[in-house]
Design a protein around this ligand. Structure first.
Ligand SMILES: O=C(O)Cc1cc(O)ccc1O
Ligand SMILES: [Fe+2]
Length: 446
């Protein structure tokens, strides 16, 4: 029963229908002293997502009108971080092509694991303190968060559910996010995750930038991910006292801290602003691609980008490989062989990936690090080198994606060892590539 507001980064306003009317008041006056406090006796609290002084296009903040302010909590104390880490030097660097089999989801009959305890850091780079870096995490869980919520003081989470839908209660309202949808919970926003069975997904965390829609340049005013397809939840509150204690978990400088309070943090009756969580259904992506010859770089499939301060260079791009037509003439159509000055982490939501029909499975992953050679496996190369070039559907029923980053990422000890999902035979998919070189080759006479 979830409702949404449509648009990307809009100035929205929303009020829970059980308390109608405060919004006009709050829109004309952020911190009113009317009755004698805000309407309905609410506290006003600003959540800033940018420096106060950022230029208008990047200035982000929302005003939350809540039953009690967030500051009404006991001190934070350090808690166990499990496999969540920001230590990028746990193991020696490894430039190899890495591929992981589907990450194991714990069985609820054996161990109850919720979204937060189910977070495992796979790779990343940079530093939360200097506000520049990314982390890639897997979440595998089987249990809803009860009387606990999470907020990330370090950066934004782009969450890609792969198996099982997640109901995310946020300070702004509720979002149901199914596989093939993604959501972004921005820095500082509190949220709690309900699951409905064995659940798995990917998280791209960026420190120090927010996700933006890529510019469209010569594409024009429409296309790729259209702003109206981004959905923000409507206000929803609960006035719930929790005598046994409600736990607010705070990821701060790469570590987890918990604090207790006696009430639900989802006590926001109305809010307005342009700093909100949002979700997006990947089916809505308006695919643009080659209609003549050659293979367009995958940047043409960028859904969201978190820019670095270098022009044109992303800290991380979220790129998808959606179902589409392949029509390129006299062209080897699959991804090309290449070495890249960016790092490429790939995941698979469903189906298979065109460059590797075998081995790369939904719920698994791959990492092709900076300048590490990669490309189609032998089967894909042979098949696509001789395939008749008629128009054909590509990637039907599948959804692969890539987190492409300008950081040279370290893999964690969990990723290389503890998870035990590393496919040691990955390199072998290229071993059968054979030589086709023929020095006597001449262009065929037309
Ligand atoms: O390596 C990959 O599979 C991702 C990728 C896809 C593509 O179509 C072109 C370049 C690229 O890195
Ligand atoms: Fe690549």
């Amino acid at each position: 029963n979830t409702e949404y507001l449509s648009g990307f980064g809009n100035e929205f306003s929303s009020e829970d229908p059980r308390c109608p009317g405060p919004t006009p008041h709050l829109l004309s006056n952020c911190t009113p002293q009317t009755t004698p406090v805000c309407p309905y006796g609410l506290y006003a609290e600003q959540l800033s997502g940018s420096a106060f002084t950022c230029p208008r296009p990047t200035n982000k903040r929302s005003w939350l009108y809540r039953i009690l302010p967030s500051v009404r909590h006991k001190p934070y104390t350090a808690m166990h971080c499990g496999n969540l880490t920001e230590k990028w030097d746990e193991v020696e660097p490894d430039p190899n092509q890495l591929r992981w089999m589907p990450f194991t989801i714990p069985k609820s009959s054996e161990k109850k694991v919720d979204f937060v305890t189910g977070l495992h850091t796979l790779c990343g780079a940079g530093d939360t303190k200097s506000r520049n870096g990314i982390g890639i995490h897997m979440f595998t869980c089987n249990t809803s968060m009860v009387d606990r919520c999470f907020n990330n003081s370090d950066g934004d989470f782009l969450i890609v559910p792969q198996q099982g839908e997640v109901l995310i209660t946020t300070e702004f309202g509720k979002m149901m996010v199914e596989p093939n949808e993604i959501c972004v919970i921005q820095q500082g926003m509190r949220f709690s995750v309900d699951v409905f069975g064995e659940t798995r997904g990917y998280v791209l965390e960026v420190y120090g930038a927010h996700f933006e829609l890529p510019d469209l340049g010569p594409i024009g005013a429409n296309g790729l991910a259209n702003p109206r397809d981004f959905l923000t939840p409507v206000a929803w509150y609960e006035d719930r006292e929790v005598a046994t204690g409600y736990t607010v978990i705070n990821k701060y400088q790469g570590k987890l801290f918990s604090s207790q309070q006696v009430f639900s943090p989802f006590n926001v009756v109305a809010w307005h602003g342009n700093y909100t969580p949002y979700k997006y259904n990947l089916e809505n992506f308006m695919v643009i691609n080659c209609v003549a010859f050659d293979h367009a770089d995958p940047s043409i499939f960028t859904v969201l980008t978190a820019k670095s301060t270098r022009p044109g260079v992303a800290m991380a791009d979220f790129v998808i490989f959606p179902p589409r037509w392949g029509v390129a003439d006299h062209t080897f159509r699959p991804p090309y062989y290449h070495r890249n000055c960016m790092s490429e982490f790939m995941g698979l939501i469903k189906g298979h990936y065109e460059a590797k029909e075998e081995g790369f499975q939904p719920g698994g992953g791959s990492l092709h690090s900076m300048m590490t050679p990669h490309g189609p496996d032998r089967d894909c190369f042979e098949k696509s080198s001789t395939a008749p070039l008629k128009p054909e559907r590509v990637a039907e029923g599948t959804m692969a994606f890539m987190f492409e980053s300008s950081f040279s990422m370290a893999v964690t000890k969990w990723g290389l060892e503890t998870c035990q999902r590393l496919d040691k035979s990955y390199y072998q998919c290229w071993e059968p590539l054979r030589k086709h070189f023929d020095p006597n080759w001449r262009p065929s006479k037309q």
